[in-house]
Design a protein. Structure first.
Length: 120
């Protein structure tokens, strides 16, 4: 069964291209370890809500844009093995090099209950 990792990240609006490049550099490693697709999306219609919303979920500042990204995997076992391999083989990343505040990123793994079409 497919498996999806989802991420919501506030990124300084001025660092859009830096963020895109940062995410793109990780894709070859994820693909090598079995990921099937990557989508990195820049928010352009993320309204404030009455109860909650993406902006408050990540404590977005006025000069930040909320991004949404996801990785698809063939199954959870492949995903778990990939992260284990990366953690063992890669030194802990220098978080100061990230073009966003990783402490405000929200993420999780999800088992799809409905998937239609294909991401392009």
């Amino acid at each position: 069964m497919p498996y999806v990792d989802g991420f919501v990240i506030p990124v300084p609006t001025a660092k859009r291209e830096e963020y895109r490049a940062y995410e793109a550099k990780w894709w070859p490693e994820f693909r090598k370890l079995g990921a099937q697709s990557l989508a990195v999306c820049w928010g352009n219609d993320v309204p404030p809500g009455k109860q909650t919303d993406f902006l408050r979920a990540v404590d977005a500042k006025p000069d930040e844009t909320v991004t949404l990204a996801w990785l698809t995997w063939p199954d959870k076992a492949t995903r778990d093995a990939a992260y284990k391999t990366m953690m063992e083989a890669t030194p802990v990343p220098d978080t100061s090099a990230m073009p966003f505040d990783g402490k405000r990123m929200i993420y999780g793994g999800f088992e799809p209950i409905l998937m239609e079409g294909a991401a392009k």
